[in-house]
Write a protein that binds this ligand. Structure first.
Ligand code: F6R
Length: 245
């Protein structure tokens, strides 16, 4: 197993390291391609990158981004859409051109789904592939929204969200019945094609699934376990998330 494990004394310490990695990538390669995640885990990372932009002149002018996923059935302006999340937490505060930002659509008609997802894959390829992919991990072990059963070579597609994933999202949507039932997600294969992958997990609530992903045999029941085989993947954990290892 080549995966690198980094255990930090605090979430803030982990965030600083990841932000510095991204900053040095972008300084060395201004046209870097970043794969981005949403959820509570990367929010402080975006805050730190915004700080580096404002205080240390880190420019995203030539960076291209691809987000992992997007709920289906919400307007982009919906507060819980990932388009909205990313603009609120990151894009609105840096100098990235709108044309360089990519997220899957949030209201893709069934008839257009396949071509939409294939176009997303093609856009990643055309950009030269993802240099640095940020991931969180869901309680189901998902990366992106690759719920249990997602094959290692899966590509961008529409997926039915797991009951646990919808339950976890319910508070921010104001109730389970408000949570979309499906999403478009990059596949495990799409994610594994990134040159460098950093999975961040913080808090004891992630400890058990982190243990499964790292310490148990690779299985499509825990899509994060596929990272064990990636040549340049790391887990950046705080003490809580590492507490079951
Ligand atoms: C988000 C995503 C998900 C989250 C995961 C953890 O774009 O693809 O895999 O990273 O559900 O979410 P949080 O960080 O809210 O615990």
């Amino acid at each position: 197993m080549s995966i690198q494990l980094h255990i930090h004394s605090s979430r803030e310490a982990a965030i600083r390291i990841v932000a510095q990695e991204i900053a040095s990538l972008v300084r060395n390669k201004p046209e870097a391609v970043l794969g981005l995640a949403t959820g509570s885990t990367p929010i402080p990372l975006y805050q730190e990158l915004v700080r580096l932009h404002r205080e240390e002149g880190l420019s995203f002018r030539h960076v291209t981004t691809f987000n992992l996923d997007e709920y289906q059935g919400l307007d982009r302006s919906h507060p819980e859409s990932y388009w909205n999340f990313m603009h609120r937490h990151f894009f609105d505060h840096i100098d990235i051109p709108a044309a360089n930002i990519h997220l899957p659509g949030s209201r893709v008609a069934e008839a257009d789904m396949l071509s939409h997802c294939m176009a997303y894959e093609e856009a990643i390829r055309a950009a030269g592939g993802i240099d640095y992919q940020i991931l969180g991990i869901g309680r189901t072990g998902h990366i992106g929204f690759n719920e249990p059963g997602s094959p290692a070579d899966s590509v961008t597609r529409c997926i039915h969200l797991d009951a646990i994933t919808r339950e976890d999202a319910a508070p921010s949507f104001g109730g389970l019945d408000q949570v979309p039932t499906s999403a478009i997600t990059m596949g495990c294969g799409t994610i594994l094609s990134a040159r460098t992958i950093t999975l961040m997990a913080f808090g004891e609530g992630k400890a058990e699934i982190v243990r499964k992903a790292l310490r148990e045999p690779i299985t499509d029941q825990v899509s994060a376990s596929f990272l064990q085989n990636h040549p340049a993947a790391s887990f950046q954990l705080d003490l809580g998330a590492a507490s079951a290892l």
